[in-house]
Design a protein around this ligand. Structure first.
Ligand SMILES: [Zn+2]
Length: 306
């Protein structure tokens, strides 16, 4: 009898040890697998939810695809039917979705989806500003110029992908990204200044550009503060605020480019605000072309006849 009781006791102890071991193994393995991204941000992993690695960094990008989609819809309907702006908006949506995948999983694939679309955004914004003076009914030489720019950007994009994915020269990738961003900002300033003081859309473009720079700049400052003083500022979730501000900054920059394009197309342009579900609270600015009867083609025809 004693031997039997002893055997049962040993068996129960063994089952208990197995359960504890399995439990420990499961809790040690994150839901999305072992973190293999080259960077792990300040926010502690899997604290708020066992299914999301960095909760605040993930949810802070969730609204971006929605308000950028609204931007695409209202720009197409009320301001411009040029595909370059759709591409620019869509690239910001891609960045946001990639960023959600990255922060939710902290896997290397997610990191690629977050960081590679950044250069797509850069190139599409650069294309918007480079082509802002183009005539809507392009001449043959303008068409070739456009093709050359697109070809050049595709080639540079492929080179950057090789640098990042194959060679893994992350510093080179981010330096080239930063240089392109600075070049984009400087060229935008000079192009908007060229147009300044002549029409209302040019003033609007400059105003939106300033707001874009302030918003994006504040976000970048918060990103730097969190990376430098992580432990002291961890509770403020500054990386999540960077997501909110960088998304809004990119959106305002594209609106600025739409207003600049309106200046060169000689269209009456205003800024209007979308209301939240019928409530009279202005939440999202959109550029509206009020000269609806005279479309881009008509403007070009008028120019030719003069
Ligand atoms: Zn992020």
């Amino acid at each position: 009898m004693l031997i039997l009781l002893n055997s049962i006791f040993l068996l129960l102890k063994m089952i208990k040890d197995i359960i504890i071991a399995v439990g420990l193994t499961m809790s040690a393995t994150p839901y999305w697998g072992k973190v293999d991204s080259t960077v792990d941000w300040c926010e502690p992993n899997y604290v708020v939810s066992p299914y999301i690695a960095e909760f605040f960094n993930t949810v802070s990008h969730v609204p971006t695809p929605f308000y950028i989609s609204a931007g695409i819809f209202y720009t197409w309907k009320l301001a411009s039917k040029e595909w370059r702006f759709v591409c620019a908006f869509a690239s910001v949506i891609l960045v946001a979705i990639g960023s959600i995948a990255f922060h939710a999983t902290l896997r290397y694939v997610g990191q690629l989806l977050d960081e590679l679309p950044l250069m797509l955004t850069n190139y599409s914004l650069l294309y918007c500003v480079l082509c802002c003076k183009a005539s809507p009914t392009m001449s043959q030489s303008e068409k070739w110029k456009e093709r050359i720019w697109i070809g050049l950007f595709c080639m540079l994009g492929c080179i950057q992908c090789v640098i990042y994915i194959v060679l893994k020269w992350y510093a080179v990738f981010f330096i080239s990204y930063g240089c392109l961003l600075i070049g984009l900002l400087l060229y935008s300033v000079s192009t908007i200044r060229d147009a300044m003081g002549k029409t209302h859309p040019s003033f609007l473009s400059m105003k939106l550009f300033k707001y874009a720079c302030i918003t994006y700049g504040c976000g970048f400052a918060l990103w730097c503060i969190e990376n430098t003083f992580c432990k002291k500022v961890q509770s403020f979730q500054l990386h999540a605020w960077w997501h909110v501000l960088s998304g809004a900054g990119s959106y305002l920059y594209i609106l600025s480019m739409i207003a600049l394009r309106s200046h060169y197309l000689k269209r009456q342009t205003n800024l209007q605000f979308l209301h939240l579900c019928g409530i009279h609270v202005s939440v999202q600015p959109v550029v509206v072309c009020t000269q609806e009867k005279e479309d881009c083609t008509a403007v070009a025809d008028n120019r030719k006849s003069k």
